[in-house]
Design a protein around this ligand. Structure first.
Ligand SMILES: C[S@@+](CC[C@H](N)C(=O)[O-])C[C@H]1O[C@@H](n2cnc3c(N)ncnc32)[C@H](O)[C@@H]1O
Length: 290
């Protein structure tokens, strides 16, 4: 059986054979590096070098480590006179990311009473904001345990199969940028169905386009940005299976497990550093599924 690194590498190689995609990805990476403070000239050059290294015929982990080294050697002087590496600058911008996600989901958690589950909570920064700013009884679960140091809400390690709780335990769940990180995300949907959570507030990275062909291309462009963000900027070994779905696709999959959509919002390229399109979906458990 192929390990996930081999699968990701094959996908990258295929993308690199498509000139249209390479140009789009080069533009996206250039945008990211410019956002981190590089000049247009240096951002373009770095983007070219990253793509060139990704094409190397070496194991992906080796290539990724080499690219991380290159990003760490690229430094930008900040307004306060300090010089930071690109991964350090991105890290600083990540706290703004949690604030942005919180501002997007918070209006949909108004009126919720009872326990809230943050499914795939990551470092727990969003979970923390839900507790602190909305006063909700929230806890996070994730297949990896890496809460940020200031997070003081319960965060549990999840085995990826069965949540510890009985059906009806949670009134609402928040699932932000998780579903496309799970190779078999149908398992998550199955578990959500079992838990009978009344309301789901979801943000997903989605491919967009006017035709199926455009959507297919955008899926691969999205995968490259996801890979840059989740793997090239650090060595945390986060799987990027890129199991994206369009917003319409999610609506129909959630319908099959008893949820109807009550809010659907295109968030566009809402995060300044990475050019991935996001979509906000709110689902309510249908009466007959209760
Ligand atoms: C990009 S992070 C998002 C974290 C957080 N929700 C946020 O928006 O900041 C994706 C997270 O999904 C988690 N994840 C992937 N598959 C999962 C699964 N089957 N169950 C729970 N968490 C999962 C990963 O470990 C990772 O922490």
């Amino acid at each position: 059986m192929k390990i996930f690194c081999e699968i990701m590498q094959e996908r990258i190689q295929k993308i690199l054979e498509n000139t249209k995609l390479v140009n789009a990805v080069h533009e996206d990476f250039t945008h990211t590096f410019r956002q981190l403070g590089l000049s247009n000239f240096h951002a373009k050059k770095l983007s070219r070098n990253v793509l060139w290294l990704l094409g190397e015929n070496k194991p992906l982990k080796h290539v990724e480590t080499k690219i991380l080294g290159m990003l760490e050697r690229t430094r930008v002087r900040q307004k306060n006179g300090k010089t930071l590496t690109l991964p350090q600058i991105l890290q600083e911008k990540l706290s703004n990311r949690a604030d942005l996600i919180f501002s997007q989901i918070a209006p949909h958690l108004k009126g919720v009473s009872g326990k809230v589950l943050d499914f795939g909570c990551g470092d727990g920064q969003v979970t923390h904001l839900i507790s602190e700013k909305l006063g909700l009884d929230v806890e996070g679960i994730d297949v990896k345990h890496y809460p940020a140091s200031h997070v003081n809400v319960p965060i549990r390690l999840f085995d990826g199969k069965r949540v510890y709780a009985k059906p009806g335990t949670f009134s609402a769940a928040v699932i932000t940028n998780v579903l496309h990180h799970e190779k078999e995300n149908e398992l998550i949907l199955k578990e959500l169905k079992r838990l009978k959570i009344k309301k789901l507030v979801i943000i997903e990275t989605v491919p967009v386009g006017k035709t199926p062909k455009e959507i297919l291309l955008d899926r691969e462009r999205t995968f490259m940005n996801d890979h840059l963000y989740n793997r090239l900027f650090h060595s945390a070994d986060i799987p990027v299976p890129g199991t994206y779905e369009t917003a319409k696709g999610w609506v129909s999959r959630f319908k099959k497990i008893g949820y109807k959509v009550s809010h659907s919002q295109d968030l566009g390229f809402d995060q300044p550093t990475i050019r991935d399109s996001h979509h906000l979906l709110v689902f309510e458990l249908m009466k007959k599924a209760k």
